[in-house]
Design a protein around this ligand. Structure first.
Ligand code: Z5A
Length: 212
C-alpha cells in the first residue's frame, strides 16, 4: 500500500522577513507530530539549484538579463521538483520550502516587470502540477525587513535593489495572497519571532487534522 501523499508548505516574504528564523521552529513543530519532513530552499536545494543560486546572487553578474534571471529561477525549481519535492511528497513526507514559485511572481514579475502570463506558463511547465498546499507569507514593511537584513553584512545581487523594487515585491505578494485565500496565510512578521512562530503553528494546524 502506498503512503498518503505528504503536505507541501512554502514560506514567502521579502528580504529580512524572518523566513529562516521561522523555519527552525516550524521544522521542530512538525517533527513533534511524528511527521517525516524534508526542508529545502529556493533557489537551491539540489546540486544544480545551488549552482544556479551562486549565479543569481553573485554581485559580479551585473549584466544578467531579467529574462535570464527568470529562466534560471525556474531551472532551479524544475530540478528541485523532480529531484526532491515530488519524490518526498510521493513517499508521504512533508516538504517545507524556503520560497517557491510565488517568489518568481513577486521578484521577477513585480520587481523586474516580467509578464505574469509568461511566469504562469513557466510554472505550468517546470512545476508539473506541484503546488504548495499552504503558503505562509511573512509580511513586513520594507524598511523593517531591510534594516534586519542589513545587520548580516554584504548585500547580494538582489539585495542591492532600491526600496521601490522591494515595495513592488511586497505588493505582488499581498495581491497573490488576496487572490488565493485558501492557500495563503499572511502573518504579521513585524512581531517578535515567538509570536510569528505561534501564528504559523496556528496557520498550519488544519494540515495535521487532515493527516489523520
Ligand atoms: N528569489 C527570486 O528573485 N526569485 C525566486 O523565484 C526565488 C528567489 C525563489 C534569495 O532568497 C534571493 O532570491 C531573495 C529572493 C530571490 N533575494 N532577496 N532579497 P533567500 O530567501 O535565500 O534570501 P532572502 O530573502 O534575502 O532571505 P533573508 O533576507 O535571509 O530573509 P529571511 O530568511 O526571511 O530572514 P532571517 O534570516 O530569518 O532574519 C533576518 C534577520 O532578522 C536575522 O538577524 C534575524 O535574527 C532577524 N529576525 C528574524 N525574524 C525576526 C523578528 N520577527 N523580529 C526581529 N528580528 C527578526
Amino acid at each position: 500500500m502506498s503512503a498518503a501523499r505528504g503536505k507541501f508548505i512554502s514560506l514567502e516574504g521579502g528580504e529580512g522577513a524572518g523566513k529562516s528564523t521561522l523555519l527552525a521552529g516550524l521544522h521542530a513543530c512538525i517533527e513533534q507530530h511524528g511527521i517525516a519532513l524534508v526542508q529545502t530552499r529556493e533557489p537551491g536545494g539540489t546540486g544544480v539549484g545551488e549552482a544556479v543560486r551562486t549565479i543569481v546572487l553573485d554581485l559580479a553578474q551585473r549584466e544578467l538579463a531579467a529574462e535570464t534571471e527568470l529562466l534560471l529561477m525556474f531551472a532551479s525549481r524544475a530540478q528541485l521538483v523532480r529531484e526532491v519535492i515530488e519524490p518526498a511528497l510521493h513517499a508521504g513526507h512533508w516538504v517545507l520550502c524556503d520560497r517557491f514559485a510565488d517568489a518568481s511572481y513577486a521578484y521577477q514579475g513585480g520587481g523586474r516587470g516580467q509578464p505574469e502570463s509568461r511566469i504562469a506558463a513557466l510554472e505550468d511547465w517546470a512545476c508539473a502540477g506541484v503546488k504548495p498546499d499552504l503558503t505562509l507569507l511573512l509580511d513586513v514593511p520594507v524598511a523593517t525587513g531591510r534594516a534586519r537584513a542589513a545587520g548580516r553584512g554584504d548585500a547580494d545581487r538582489i539585495e542591492v535593489e532600491a526600496d521601490s523594487f522591494f515595495e513592488r515585491v511586497r505588493t505582488t505578494y499581498r495581491q497573490r495572497a488576496a487572490a488565493e485565500p485558501d492557500r495563503f496565510r499572511m502573518l504579521d512578521a513585524s512581531q517578535s519571532p515567538a509570536v510569528v512562530l505561534q501564528a504559523a503553528i496556528v496557520a498550519i494546524a488544519h494540515l495535521f487534522e487532515a493527516k489523520v
